[in-house]
Design a protein around this ligand. Sequence first.
Ligand code: HEC
Length: 90
Amino acid sequence: MIIASPLAAWAAEPAPAPLAAAVCANCHGTEGRNEGAIPAIAGKPAFLIAGKLRDFKADKVANATVMPRLVKGLTEAEIDTVAQYFANLR
Ligand code: HEC
């Protein structure tokens, strides 16, 4: 028997963007694939995105401009959340 549950309908909706990811859209595009000088981030493996963000945070990216400052405002949990979010966008 199939029950049309409102909960099932809700579960089928795409996951809402985490709050910390909203700011990324300004530069990387709403779905993380802005074209141009700013690199696309959507669809990359989460560990690569998170690793890159942690490198920015630790000032390990020599020619970085805005990202180091930006990532310093994110908690470790937020880094993992946004990395997972952009990894799931295709
Ligand atoms: C003010 C514009 C701006 C915002 C906002 C921004 N970025 Fe960036 N991002 C850049 C630029 C520019 C680069 C290139 C590195 C640099 O110059 O700092 C970059 C690089 C990156 C990279 C490295 C990509 C690669 O392949 O080298 C990742 C990952 C990334 N951003 C993720 C994010 C995430 C996640 C957010 C939101 C928390 C975000 N960015 C917000 C401008 C922005």
